[in-house]
Design a protein around this ligand. Structure first.
Ligand code: ASP
Length: 328
């Protein structure tokens, strides 16, 4: 009997490791560690569609496991069965959370198979439509004049919006002069901003571009070193560097990961599919429309992406330790 079970298990493992049979008729869940309708979710949904097209009969679906700056969703994938059916789409938080959370329940470099990087996404500084300011300068003056009275939304401790808000506030020296309001992602934060319940936020262009274009929020600046001169909507806003913040340069990268131990044949298939998806003209166009830049360089290689994340971790840890501010 025991032998039968062992044989059956062996057969199941080898079927699981066979790229030809992957993903079979089981869906591939791309876990987004933030709420639905936000910027990371947008990237994941477009990517899921591009990957689905490349593997006939496959079903790539997005699942949102939000909370604690992305760490709950990342932990879910770290502990998932390593069969390629549960993947993680995370951003710079993959490198930032181990510095910000000293008691993290997963290890980014040890608990995941790296499948490759997806894109680079700039951020924008935006405010509720009722704010009296119309230019970045007016905005900064308004913030200073109202220190102690305003609030800033973000997607949880250690999220990209949190990081951006902290960097910006320390530059304008309004740090601690605004109340921070954490959400499970920036989709609900955006709803609150449009409704005027929060005053401002810094968020990826994959969430803000349509709202800025529709006049539902006010935009004041972009976080990249240079303005986004080629983008039809975002070209109207200065970079924070132009506004005097000398070293301000923040771009949010996204990567795709599988649990450690996922069979090499499956991770290879997923990496090959990812690379092809990144060349899909429709995917590229959607990204460009939202101010994002699809990765075309060697960072799409798993080993290169892992090296890149390891370097980001060292850089971010040094900055966080110097500031002495942690999320836990
Ligand atoms: N923009 C969010 C962040 O600040 C995440 C999200 O909702 O996608 O990290």
């Amino acid at each position: 009997m025991k032998q039968w079970i062992a044989l059956a298990t062996l057969a199941a493992v080898s079927v699981g490791a066979n790229a030809q049979s992957f993903p079979g008729n089981k869906p591939v869940a791309i876990v987004v560690p933030f709420t639905a309708g936000g910027p990371t979710d947008r990237v994941a949904r477009d990517l899921a569609e591009a990957m689905r097209k490349l593997i006939p009969g496959s079903n790539f679906v997005v699942e949102n496991t939000a909370g604690a700056g992305g760490t709950i969703g990342a932990n879910r994938v770290a502990k998932a069965a390593p069969d390629g059916h549960t993947l993680l789409l995370f951003h710079i938080g993959m490198a930032a959370t181990p510095a910000l959370y000293r008691k993290l329940s997963y290890k980014p470099l040890e608990d995941f198979e790296f499948l490759g990087m997806v894109n680079d996404v700039p951020m924008t500084l935006i405010g509720k439509p009722q704010l009296p300011a119309n230019t970045y300068r007016d905005f900064e003056n308004y913030i200073r004049a109202n220190a102690g009275k305003l609030n800033i939304a973000h997607a949880g401790l250690g999220s990209a919006s949190h990081l951006c808000g902290l960097l910006w506030q320390s530059n304008v020296q309004t740090k601690d002069a605004m109340t921070t309001i954490p959400f499970g992602g920036t989709a609900p934060a955006m709803t609150a901003l449009i409704g005027g319940q929060v005053d401002m936020m810094c968020d990826q262009t994959t969430n803000t571009t349509a709202q800025i274009e529709g006049g539902r929020v006010k935009a004041f600046a972009v976080t990249t070193a240079k303005p986004l001169s080629n983008h039809p909507v975002l070209k109207h806003y200065p970079s924070l560097q132009e506004m005097g913040m000398k070293n301000f340069n923040l771009t949010i990268w996204h990567g795709l990961y599988a649990p450690k131990g996922t069979p090499p044949a499956v991770t290879k298939l997923l990496n090959d599919t990812l690379k092809k998806a990144l060349k899909d003209p429709e995917f590229v166009k959607k990204n460009e429309g939202l101010g994002a830049i699809v990765v075309t360089d060697n960072r799409t290689d798993p080993a290169e992406h892992k090296k890149f994340v390891a370097a980001e971790m060292v850089k971010i840890k040094a900055a966080v330790d110097a500031a002495g501010k942690y999320a836990d």
